[in-house]
Ligand binder design. Structure first.
Ligand code: AMP
Length: 192
């Protein structure tokens, strides 16, 4: 299986690049943010629980997020592999993902991290907020809080995969196609 963690701060381009990677490598795309938004839209119990955290730009608690992620993986038993987009966001989530995947005799092949300077992230997110109905992209203080949460709680997840020699950083500023080309080159290098 080819299981990729697509990593990076909010606004780094994970969603855009995931869509392209999914098509190129026939993988299942699993975005925890998308699953939470779907549940909020449909007013499920999970959606009600996640909403207050998401509205403030904070992380949904690990226990909730980890069980949700495992359930989503189990819904795709025939997948050739997964792109994890927006997960793991804490070291506890990364540890749980390793354990869960190894119970299925598989594991993470590679973490690809998109690197983008903070002011560029703020600019991109506020632009997305103006063009979409994502409430957490509309307010600059919430956008900045999400970046702060990323720096304080999520950035360390890179070390987790770095220790396993699975971490690759990619410059996330430039043409979408050029960035995609670099991501593909890293994936193909691990498969060689
Ligand atoms: P995203 O679409 O990835 O930017 O996620 C939007 C929001 O969903 C985040 O700001 C969090 O509130 C929540 N969320 C998404 N993924 C996770 C995760 N792995 N752990 C905790 N909260 C998450």
């Amino acid at each position: 299986m080819l299981n990729i963690v697509l990593f990076g701060p909010p606004g780094a381009g994970k969603g855009t690049q995931s869509a392209k990677l999914v098509e190129r490598y026939s993988l299942a795309h699993l975005s925890t943010g998308d699953v939470f938004r779907y549940n909020i839209k449909n007013n499920t119990e999970l959606g009600q629980l996640a909403k207050s955290y998401m509205d403030a730009g904070n992380l949904v608690p690990d226990s909730v997020t980890i069980s949700m992620l495992e359930a989503e993986v189990n819904k795709n038993p025939d997948a050739k592999g997964f792109i994890f987009d927006g997960f793991p966001r804490t070291t506890a989530q990364a540890g749980a993902l390793d354990e869960f995947l190894s119970s299925k005799n598989t594991g993470i092949s590679l973490m690809l991290a998109l690197e983008v300077p903070e002011e560029e992230l703020v600019k991109r997110l506020l632009l997305r907020g103006a063009e979409s109905d994502r409430a957490d992209d509309k307010d600059e203080s919430i956008v900045r809080n999400r970046i702060k949460v990323y720096n304080e709680q999520t950035a360390v997840v890179a070390d987790f995969y770095s220790k396993q020699n699975k971490f690759k950083a990619i410059e996330g500023v430039g043409e979408i196609e050029a960035i995609f080309g670099q991501l593909c080159a890293e994936i193909e290098a691990t498969q060689a």
